[in-house]
Design a protein around this ligand. Structure first.
Ligand code: GRF
Length: 189
């Protein structure tokens, strides 16, 4: 599978996927990084592995349609099979959804449908839940909605902070995302 990873930030999940491929645990090729935030650290990670990158700032486009058409052109040119969202802080629009129906996945730092949207980790801390976790799901037009593929629970301690929970979540994500993608790619044609 030729995958495109969409990311906006540090890219530790991007890194975990690249590592799993290099380690032979994931049969895929990261053929493209799509980054919507110029200067994001994930761009440096991609450069380190000579992974092609497009850096697209939505504000440079008159509309979401044109923004996504520009991305779509690149995805087609590189014959991308699958889109993996890894900390991409933006909703996917109809242009990409139509073309990649059932072939876009996201990872979210909560047990969806609890705590969708921004700052899921902060939301879990504020709500003082005893258990949160990680969800991998197919992407639809909603915010962190779409059929759930995999979830992992993480218990919270009484003195849990955003920082400590963040750390636990990343640790789980970095194993769960490559593992789930591998399972998905071997079951999907
Ligand atoms: C992850 O926690 C993911 O669940 C969320 O955004 C974060 C991205 O982190 N969607 P990173 O950029 O992969 O380090």
């Amino acid at each position: 599978k030729k995958i495109a990873i969409f990311a906006s930030g540090s890219g530790s999940n991007f890194q975990a996927i690249v590592d799993a491929i290099q380690g032979g645990q994931l049969a895929a090729e990261v053929s493209l990084l799509v980054c919507d935030r110029p200067g994001a650290f994930v761009l440096e990670r991609a450069e380190r592995y000579s992974i092609p990158t497009i850096s697209v700032a939505p504000k440079n486009y008159p509309s979401k349609l044109e923004y996504e058409l520009d991305i779509l052109k690149e995805l087609r040119a590189r014959e991308i099979d699958f889109i993996v969202l890894a900390g991409y802080m933006r909703l996917i629009g109809t242009t990409l959804l139509n073309e990649f129906e059932g072939r876009i996945v996201n990872i979210h730092p909560s047990l969806l449908p609890a705590f969708p949207g921004k700052d899921a980790i902060g939301q879990a801390i504020t709500a003082k839940v005893q258990v949160s976790g990680v969800t991998i799901h197919f992407v639809d037009e909603g915010m962190d909605t779409g059929p759930i593929i995999e979830q992992r629970e993480i218990p919270l301690t009484e003195d849990e902070t955003k920082e400590t929970l963040q750390k636990k979540i990343h640790h789980i994500e970095h194993q769960l995302y490559p593992e789930t993608l591998q399972r998905l790619f071997t079951t999907l044609k």
